[in-house]
Every structure is written in C-alpha cells, then in structure tokens.
Design a protein around this ligand. Structure first.
Ligand code: DQA
Length: 151
C-alpha cells in the first residue's frame, strides 16, 4: 500500500506558528511519526509540503500515475478556498482523508467550510499532531476494507 501525505500552506512553520492553536510539534516530527507508524505496517509513505496551490495540484495529479492508493491531506487555508484542489482530488479519484490540527469548527466561521470534506472518506480535526495519525489509520482501514471487498 502506498500513501501520499500532503501538507498545504504555512504548515512548514509548525512548531513555531501559533503554538497555542497548532502545538509545538514540527512538520518534520509529524512526518517522522507517520513514517515510523507506516513502516511498522509495511506501508509506503511519501510526505510533501507546499505553500503553492499549483504545486499541490501537480503533486495530486502525479499521485495517480505513481501507484498511490490514497491521500492524507491537510490543505491548510486552501481547504476553505480551493476549487482547484478539490478538482484535482476528484480527477485522480483516489480515496482521501482530510485532517486538521485545530478544530476548524470552533474557530472563525470561514474555517467551518471545507471544499474537500464532502468527498473525503473522512475528516479528522482538533487533535493536534495526533489528527494525522488518526487520519492515516482511518485511511489505511478504508483502503484495506476496499481491497477485501474486491477479493
Ligand atoms: C489548518 C486549519 C486551517 O484553517 C488553517 O488555515 C491552517 C491549518 C489546521 O491544520 O488546523 O493552515 O488546516
């Protein structure tokens, strides 16, 4: 199983960015935690981050031809604005899980709207860096169930 973990804008600043909202754990630490969880289960993981919408679209498009089975995505602020990211995810038709460190429903009203969530396998938010692990577990479980149903 191969999974792409995609982080959107400003998530490269995790660890120092608004620690009261996003915690003290850096993006490198989050990626390392996910890698170790995945390795123990024989799952291939690739982590990527970009501040640029077009680069994120390119990375999602490329996933389809790289035998990726599913995408774990924290699209950051693009979650709330980007039809392009939504279209790219739908174009690949790959199952994806949306994650957020913060509880986006308990913050400003504009963060309550996601342009991705209705097409996601599931959404995890509000658990800090743990949101990623929980989201990854959910995605893996969904992919395994899908594979079982096919056999
Ligand atoms: C975020 C929530 C978004 O609203 C915000 O723009 C981010 C981070 C989160 O992980 O909590 O950049 O996706």
């Amino acid at each position: 199983m191969k999974i792409l973990v995609l982080h959107g804008p400003n998530l490269n600043l995790l660890g120092t960015r608004e620690p009261g909202v996003y915690g003290n754990v850096s993006l490198a630490e989050i990626d390392a935690q996910l890698m170790s969880w995945a390795q123990q289960r024989g799952i291939g993981l690739r982590c990527a981050q970009s501040n640029h919408e077009g680069v994120l679209v390119d990375t999602i498009q490329a996933a389809a031809s790289q035998q990726v089975d599913g995408i774990l995505i924290n699209a950051g602020a693009y979650t709330h604005t980007s039809i392009a990211l939504r279209d790219a995810l739908l174009a690949t038709a790959l199952p994806f899980v949306e994650v957020h460190l913060s509880n986006t429903h308990g913050r400003e009203s504009f963060r309550r709207r996601s342009l991705l969530a209705d097409r996601a396998v599931g959404v995890v938010c509000g658990f800090g860096d743990l949101s990623y692990r929980l989201g990854l577990e959910g995605l893996v479980a969904a992919l395994e169930r899908q594979a079982d149903e096919r056999n």
